[in-house]
Design a protein around this ligand. Sequence first.
Ligand SMILES: [Zn+2]
Length: 176
Amino acid sequence: MLKGILIPDKLFIQVMQAPLQNFYDISTSLVFDGLPRSIAQAVWLNKSLTEQQIEICKAIYLDVSLEEMTKRVAKRLVCMSCHAPNGYYNGQEKCDFCGGELAQRVDDESTTVHDRLLEYQKQTEPLIKLYKADNKLIEIDGEQPIHIVFADLIKSLQLSLLPDIPDISLEHSIDL
Ligand SMILES: [Zn+2]
């Protein structure tokens, strides 16, 4: 990851294989955060889940422009002691969890960010087309304030997965 390269397909499969084989032990839903990252990973994931009679219900795409992503990544901080992510730089100097020194992640430096975003575009954008064609894609404007993104996401999931349940308007009920 230090070179800004996304996880290779072979490594993705190695890491995912054991947890997915034990998925039948999990009686609740499962959310994959930030993956699959390529068509090859999506095909493998779908095949593995189908073998266990599990279907991917929805794929969520938080739409953020490359310009905004670059800005956000440049402000992202990690603790040098406990390695916990500490959100975006807003003047804080110490880790929220252990009080350690904060720094930018090595793979968040500007040259690697550029490489990573190019790689992201190349590998991930075809997935948007794939899940859209499959009628599974939920697109959310990720450049809105966090509480609006969250409310839009909940509303979209509810409409697509539980259309018969009355609207639970979270936009006004969450205090962030
Ligand atoms: Zn820390």
